[in-house]
Design a protein around this ligand. Sequence first.
Ligand SMILES: NC(=O)c1ccc[n+]([C@@H]2O[C@H](COP(=O)([O-])OP(=O)(O)OC[C@H]3O[C@@H](n4cnc5c(N)ncnc54)[C@H](OP(=O)(O)O)[C@@H]3O)[C@@H](O)[C@H]2O)c1
Length: 305
Amino acid sequence: MKQIVQQNFSGVDGLQIETASASRFTPLSVLVRNKYTPVLPYDWMTEYGLLKGIRPVKLPMVIGYGFGGIVEKVGLLRDKSLLGKKVIGAQPTGAAMELINSQLPPLLFTVPDNVALSEAVTLIGGADAALHAINSINVTARDTVLVTGASGGVGTYLIQLLKLAGAQVIALASPNNLNFVKSIGADIVLNYQEELATQLKDIVPPTKVIDTVGRTDLLQLIAASFAELAIFSLSLTSFTPPKAHQTFKFSNGTIGVRGYRRLLNLLADKQIVAYIQAKYKYTDVKKAHLTAKNGLKQGRILLAF
Ligand SMILES: NC(=O)c1ccc[n+]([C@@H]2O[C@H](COP(=O)([O-])OP(=O)(O)OC[C@H]3O[C@@H](n4cnc5c(N)ncnc54)[C@H](OP(=O)(O)O)[C@@H]3O)[C@@H](O)[C@H]2O)c1
């Protein structure tokens, strides 16, 4: 089977497609024929050595974290009814490969019949992080939440899940994405590239911020514009808010099996939608990663196997 391997820290040039044999099938194994792996910032940032401080890795390694595919074989200790089912999951040891040997039951989820695998797989490293952020700061219908990175793989789900929670949403985006984030449901959209401080003066003050961008200067500018603010970041591990009634929290926790079930049901009920920017064949992985790193972002890019 084919797999995509990171050989060094020189960016996409260090990616190689290799032929490997599937890892040992055990009683705990579920063998999944992988159809899609999401391209996450986690992947390309690791390739360029940008996460060395927080994600030490041993090279060479298979890239990718999430997968979505069809179950081909089930180990003795696993649920036999999984056979032939559509599943999504996380594979912390690398997911960009044709055959996934999934051995951790809490990291594998069956996909409802009316949800496409390509849609469901965007939950991994996307909606799961968004839901975790919302749970972490107890968003209620009384909140107005400012979201940075609103057009991305996490941000597009943040807007939708915040609206489902009844909150008002202020979305920050680049000029080319203002209409896009508005169409997803943001109540107010702000262009972070132009006079943001002035725009922030003219809006209802947010009660909370969910940051997916991780720019200290951007958070400083936002925090300077309001007296009270609870700031949560998925991308910046530390930040000192400038004012007394402001808090900051970073977390990369999980949402558990119930969280994933809830998200899959929301997709099945059409209460949330997966925004898929593009699908690339896995052999075009370099192009896919360069677009994810440098191009305009609108939801999630997928590698197709
Ligand atoms: N802690 C966790 O558990 C966890 C889990 C998942 C993800 N994350 C992190 O969350 C972050 C977002 O992930 P993602 O998958 O949503 O990324 P993504 O799909 O690449 O989206 C990032 C968004 O950031 C915006 N952006 C890019 N450069 C910017 C800049 N200089 N200033 C302001 N906005 C900028 C882009 O929107 P525009 O084009 O409109 O500017 C883009 O839509 C990543 O850092 C990721 O590592 C953390």
